[in-house]
Write a protein that binds this ligand. Sequence first.
Ligand SMILES: NC(=O)c1ccc[n+]([C@@H]2O[C@H](COP(=O)([O-])OP(=O)(O)OC[C@H]3O[C@@H](n4cnc5c(N)ncnc54)[C@H](O)[C@@H]3O)[C@@H](O)[C@H]2O)c1
Length: 358
Amino acid sequence: MRVAVLGAGSWGTALGYALATKGYDVAMWDIDMPVLQSITAHENTRYLPGITLPSSMHGEPELKAALARAQLVVFAVPSQAMRSVGTQAAPLIRDKALLCSVTKGIEVDTLMTMSEVLQDVLPQRLHSRLTFLSGPSFAVEVAREFPTAVTIAGEDAEVTSQVQRAFHTPFLRPYVSDDVVGVEIAGCAKNVIAIACGAGDGLGYDANTRAATITRGLAEITRLAVARGANPLTLLGLAGVGDLVLTCSSVKSRNYRVGFGLGQGRRLDEVQAELGQVAEGVLNAKSVKALAERAGVEMPLCGMVYAVLYEGRDMADLRSFFAERPLKSEPEHHLGRWTRRFRRRGRRVAAGPATPDA
Ligand SMILES: NC(=O)c1ccc[n+]([C@@H]2O[C@H](COP(=O)([O-])OP(=O)(O)OC[C@H]3O[C@@H](n4cnc5c(N)ncnc54)[C@H](O)[C@@H]3O)[C@@H](O)[C@H]2O)c1
């Protein structure tokens, strides 16, 4: 198979590596020429130093050349670059190509998910070819061939299963799903909760606070995803709880590290400068707040992270999330309308098939 990976950063390179281990011909494209040169020399010295890349992988500076023969196109650029890259790629992609976005995030100006952005810029003929890969996966661990499982969501079952087979290697196990919106909302909102988790640790709290933040964070993300039409069970899978636990409990997560620094009382610009890379959760906090307001969904942890990042609130106020808010119940609160609908349906089923869909 011939593959084009657009975006030769950590994640694009790690997935390019996985595909190249199968003998696929992988062309990596990016605007960063030194990165492409280093890939052709079999190492991405900037984003994945120390990993020897297979010889079937090379840097390709021309987008047209990268896409001309590609049977699988992987979009791995940061979320805010997706529109411009998708627009440039649109006229160059072959009709029968499989498409997979591995980017997590929401476009800040429009509040569109990556699937909405790509549908906006790609011709109609390619919409059914689109799939979205997400799940608990640090790039460096995939490139070291540590066993990893991900979810690939798409609306066309046959296309999604072809992409699943393409990414399957002895160390990378993809599951398929038809819940694109659930997978996308989970992949974006978990970054904001990771900042809260890092902050708890930075403040000197420990396992209790982390577990509470992850669990209540999951409740918030589920509410938003369900309000947008997601299946709540998606949030219990790899793209939901899997990615949330990964991001919230490892110093490999940039978002966790930003939160940790803020929890220690350091300034955001200082922490970000030290990181030297983008922590998408800082932007995601804005988008998630706006999406929650639009959907009329309560997301107090995400709201608090937003207030710390953009309104000067002190991260030490994480304590007030636990101490001052009105007491609630779970899981009714957590699954909201969906749970009530489920119960009504359960009562109907118990009473016999009164309606054809019971
Ligand atoms: N790093 C990980 O472990 C990981 C894991 C899973 C998902 N992701 C997701 O993958 C996406 C990419 O993350 P990353 O970690 O690879 O980022 P990165 O910062 O390591 O790399 C981004 C790459 O995109 C390139 N780029 C930026 N703007 C571009 C443009 N306009 N045109 C062409 N290339 C452009 C940059 O030059 C860089 O090489 C994010 O949405 C992230 O959430 C990352």
